[in-house]
Design a protein around this ligand. Structure first.
Ligand SMILES: C[C@H](N[C@H](C(=O)O)[C@@H]1CCCN1C(=O)[C@@H](N)CC(=O)O)C(=O)N1CCC[C@H]1C(=O)O
Ligand SMILES: [Zn+2]
Length: 625
């Protein structure tokens, strides 16, 4: 690209279009090189690969900076152009985020800090000898333990062990990370990194909008919380539950209390009615890892969307390698050359992993749908759209109708009890997630704007967890801990409000697709499998990429330009009525502040009959603390 020199020139719109064509040709190659360097680090964590990725990130930043400089000198009047797409491309190209900083060393530190933090997270291990376990990494060891153990103390040891092995090691690095990101983003004219991240939604009222959406869904979450709290008290004993209505955070079958699906067996409404245990069925049917991906692919092709390209099967990393350290946290990758798309996942044969397979492949389907857009438009209409597309299939895929269609269920239950079993199971993922999806960036936005400081990181984190999720730490926490760092997206620096937005959008889209295929019946039993009119409508939105404001993309698929909780409320209404009935004797809700008295994690003194672990393990676990 000829460097724009000297005084600002007012290039014609035709010259601007020419410039954009040159940019798109070059950008694909520069991006492809950069993504490959990242892929090599994420699939083989070494100092050398970290250095190569960092150098590539700097190269890409320099390229973005040069393009922006070219535009401001040669096309200073781009904002007066008439073509909306041309203007939108220029608008995106001049906003280069952190790359605007005039200090390469500081820019480099943003890249190295993120890579180091992600490396700590991805290689962290917790050792649990007192429970007969060696040293476990997060995937699969600790994840499986949190999902399957029903031993209060063992769960607690894994929960604490993971936080000691991850977040606790990150606090000072994360503080540096925040400071240098904020310093850099100021060069792009933003007050802080949180403002930059929110700007991607192109919606001035965005913070207010998501707050209102959450408030509308809170009653549904409160009912689910009260019901699950009762069931967990029955299972583990009231003595472990604070008297302010909170639930100990480590009892949900998930390291972060964000998805409660793994404790379905403890909360099942009607054990004598039908429910689907997908993990057992997959094993029974002799599934292997590749087959999980083939089944997911077939869902998408059945509604007329594209299959995975050939290179996907040879270049993806679908299993955890035995010979090297990798970033196991699952992710989908666009290599921006129009044909190289991959998934990186330490896939295991479990239901939760099967859903993640569909999630990551949903991202790839979106990549494929906008492959003909200019490089700068190869993104979701907003990042919540990308997550919504990743998740929407799960609303069809888990229905009894679909389970039977793919041979994981013998008979479709039509009785009311089985229906409630299914709805409760869906709520353990989709409703339980809402406060979690909402609060992560409440904390991070507060950190970026300086309202939350390194001296209050953990206190403010738990304030939000207690207030929104109604959960509390099962043992004392302090500012020596850094519990936010125990969740991938904090060291990984991936914004999180996108998942909250996604959980609203996916129900709006599911309803739109079910209407499109002429489905009649309760929304929660709709399965769009094998109906290409669903895929056609979805594609009309997907192919836009980020070429239009997200409200236009929303209108294409739902006819409305706004997010709405109504489809989600409609979907779960039968469950809400049932929960209200079940909870008649319960105190709905919890106090918004964390308990002052965290109940002792251990049963009364070892001599008492009630203690359910023997003294030696009790002492050992005390030592752990
Ligand atoms: C398991 C999933 N991994 C993310 C995702 O797939 O979103 C990964 C890591 C961060 C971004 N990412 C990508 O793959 C992006 N390249 C997608 C894109 O292209 O925008 C994940 O983190 N999830 C799934 C549900 C809730 C959340 C969680 O587990 O908390
Ligand atoms: Zn995703």
């Amino acid at each position: 690209l000829a460097l724009g020199l000297g005084r600002a020139q007012a290039g014609t719109e035709a010259e601007g279009v020419q410039f954009l064509e040159e940019y798109n040709a070059k950008a694909g190659m520069v991006l492809n090189k950069n993504v490959k360097a990242s892929w090599n680090y994420y699939t083989n964590i070494t100092e050398e690969n970290l250095d190569i990725m960092t150098a590539s990130n700097l190269e890409y930043a320099a390229f973005s900076k040069e393009v922006a400089r070219n535009i401001t000198t040669r096309f200073s009047n781009w904002n007066t152009y008439t073509n909306a797409s041309v203007k939108r491309q220029f608008k995106k190209l001049v906003d280069i985020g952190f790359a605007a900083i005039n200090d390469t060393e500081k820019l480099k530190s943003i890249s190295t800090l993120e890579a180091e933090l992600t490396g700590i997270y991805s290689t962290g291990k917790a050792c649990l000898p007192e429970f007969g376990k060696g040293c476990l990494s997060l995937e699969p060891g600790l994840t499986d333990l949190m999902a399957g153990s029903r031993n209060y103390q063992e769960l607690l040891a894994a929960w604490k062990g993971w936080r000691d092995a991850s977040g606790k090691k990150m606090k000072s690095k994360y503080t540096q990370f925040v400071n240098v990101m904020n310093e850099a983003i100021a060069f792009s004219g933003y007050n802080d990194t949180g403002e930059y991240w929110r700007s991607w939604y192109e919606t001035p009222s965005f913070e207010e909008d998501v707050k209102n959406l959450y408030e509308q869904l809170r009653p549904l979450y409160e009912q689910l919380h009260a019901y699950v709290r009762r069931k967990l008290m029955n299972k583990y004993g009231k003595q472990y539950f604070p008297d302010n209505g909170h639930i100990p955070a480590h009892l949900f079958g998930n390291m972060w209390s964000q998805d409660w699906g793994n404790i379905y067996d403890l909360v099942e409404p009607y054990p004598d009615a039908t429910s689907v245990d997908i993990t057992a069925k997959m094993l029974e049917k002799g599934y292997n890892i590749t087959h999980m991906y083939r089944v997911a692919e077939e869902f998408f092709t059945s509604i007329g969307l594209d299959p995975m390209p050939a290179g996907f099967w040879t270049k993806s990393m679908l299993e955890k390698p035995a010979d090297r350290e990798v970033v196991c946290h699952a992710s989908a990758w666009d290599f921006y050359d129009g044909q190289d798309f991959r998934i990186k996942q330490c896939t295991a044969l479990t239901e939760s992993q099967f859903l993640t397979v569909h999630h990551e492949m949903g991202h790839v389907i979106y990549f494929l749908a906008y492959v003909n857009q200019p490089v700068i438009f190869r993104d979701g209409a907003n990042t919540g759209f990308h997550e919504g597309m990743a998740d929407i299939v799960s609303l069809s895929f888990q229905t009894p109708e679909h389970m039977k269609a793919i041979g994981l269920l013998d008979e479709i239950p039509t009785d009311n009890k089985s229906d409630l079993n299914f709805l409760l199971k869906m709520a353990l993922d989709k409703v339980a997630f809402l406060p979690f999806g909402y609060l992560i960036d409440q904390w991070r936005w507060s950190v970026f704007k300086g309202a939350t400081t390194p001296g209050t990181y953990n206190h403010d984190w738990w304030d939000l967890r207690c207030q929104y999720q109604g959960i509390s730490p099962p043992i004392e926490r302090s500012e020596d801990d850094f519990d936010p760092g125990a969740k991938y997206h904090i060291p990984g620096n991936t914004p999180y409000i996108r998942y909250f937005v996604s959980y609203i959008l996916q129900f709006q889209w599911h309803k739109a697709l079910c209407d499109e295929i002429g489905y009649v019946g309760p929304l929660h039993r709709c399965d769009v499998y094998r109906d290409v009119s669903a895929g056609n409508l979805l594609r009309e939105m997907l192919k836009l990429g980020s070429s239009k404001p997200w409200q236009d993309a929303m209108e294409v698929i739902t006819g409305s330009r706004e997010m709405s909780v109504l489809p989600m409320v409609e979907y779960f209404d039968p469950l809400l009525q049932w929960l209200k009935e079940q909870n008649k004797e319960e105190n709905i809700g919890w106090s918004s502040s964390c308990p002052t008295n965290i109940p002792s994690p251990y049963p009364p003194s070892p001599t008492s009959a009630s203690s359910n672990i023997n003294p030696s393990t009790l002492l050992a676990s005390m030592v752990l603390l």
